[in-house]
Design a binder for this molecule. Structure first.
Ligand code: SR1
Length: 350
């Protein structure tokens, strides 16, 4: 009973929030420009990758911002299949959506459809996929800064001479941008010897990468630093370190963060010592706001950057951070982003 009483305000406020967002959909947002003054604006979110914490949180953030704007957001998961993503974009066009947000993808399989959508007057926003069209804004997590932050920490922790392994799959825009920074770091520090590169984007990524990493450790027992610029890669490498009892010998530097990642980074003796990341839910919010600005005839800018922050194991442990929510309380970059905002766009509540 006590628990029910405690939960009541939350239940009531979610009911009120739910009701008010439904009302926003039906009646539109007071004081907002067209078409948001009417409500029920149809927008599609088409994703390539459907696995992993990052993409789930991104979608949650997009849905949250859509509710706040009274947008009717249609989700089209690509289930890691470029052909399915292409079909989804076609379906969204056929459905008559006013805007399409394309979350990852390979330009070769979707570029022509994205251009068709723009030509048909549909607004398109791209997250982490390079669709070369000045009318398509590109959302990204400032991947250059992200990689520089975490690799700067590696140089600080490990010096400029060490034996390294790289987990990387070419072809994904954010991974390519992060790898370019790694290439520069190696050039500037000839004492860094990369002895192996591996990785896969095939599901389940972390488990597959764990198996690959175990094999790499057998061939290269001298690896002391791993650069794993996707948290699914880092999770796999971390599992392999634990299974092979290499804790204390290998350090992992990554991108991204989630509550399960925080748990893994703060486990006793964890090899996962640092990551650089945004809050993916915030990136989802920014993507929807960019689409809303375009629909309202306002300019969100062409390159929309969500700034990442460095998160070390030390910071997490020192501040007793256990969840993304805890992190957002300590590091403002995880609570929200000023990117693609306007006075008429409501800030969603998490
Ligand atoms: C396969 S690409 C994976 C990356 O996409 C997003 O940019 C996330 O940061 C993740 O690391």
């Amino acid at each position: 009973m006590k628990n029910l009483l405690r939960a009541l305000p939350i239940l009531v406020s979610s009911a009120v929030l739910g009701a008010s967002s439904l009302a926003a959909q039906a009646a539109g947002l007071a004081g907002a420009p067209a078409p948001f003054d009417q409500g029920g604006v149809k927008v599609a979110l088409v994703s390539l990758i459907s696995q992993g914490d990052f993409f789930q949180a991104y979608q949650t953030g997009a849905e949250r911002q859509a509710r706040a704007l009274g947008i009717n957001l249609r989700l089209f998961p690509g289930n890691d299949d470029p052909a399915a993503e292409r079909d989804a974009i076609q379906q969204a066009i056929n459905l008559g959506v006013k805007a399409i947000i394309i979350d990852h993808g390979f330009p070769s399989s979707i570029d022509d459809l994205a251009q068709q959508a723009v030509a048909a007057g549909i607004k398109v926003v791209a997250f982490d996929v390079n669709l070369n069209n000045p009318k398509i804004p590109q959302v990204e997590q400032s991947d250059h800064d992200l990689a520089s932050l975490v690799l700067g920490q590696a140089l600080k922790d490990d010096g400029t001479s060490f034996t390294a392994g790289l987990i990387y799959v070419a072809g994904f825009a954010p991974l390519d941008r992060r790898n370019a920074v790694w290439v520069d770091v190696k050039k500037a520090n000839p004492g860094i010897h990369q002895v192996a590169q591996w990785g896969t984007a095939n599901s389940p990524v972390a488990t597959n990468v764990a198996d690959q990493t175990a094999a790499v450790f057998r061939a290269h027992p001298d690896i002391s630093v791993i650069f794993a610029p996707w948290d699914e890669f880092a999770r796999g490498a971390n599992l392999a370190v634990d299974e092979n009892k290499l804790n204390g010998k290998v350090k992992i530097y990554s991108a991204d963060i989630s509550t399960p990642d925080i748990l893994a980074m703060t486990a006793p003796g964890s090899a996962w010592v640092a990551t650089a990341a945004t809050n993916p839910a915030v990136v989802g919010e920014v993507s929807v706001r960019a689409a809303a600005l375009l629909l309202a005839g306002q300019d969100p800018g062409h390159e929309i950057l969500v700034q990442p922050a460095l998160v070390t194991q030390e910071l997490l442990l020192k501040n007793n951070i256990k969840t993304i929510g805890d992190l957002a309380e300590k590091v403002p970059a995880f609570a929200g982003s000023p990117a693609a905002s306007a006075a008429w766009i409501p800030v969603p509540r998490s």
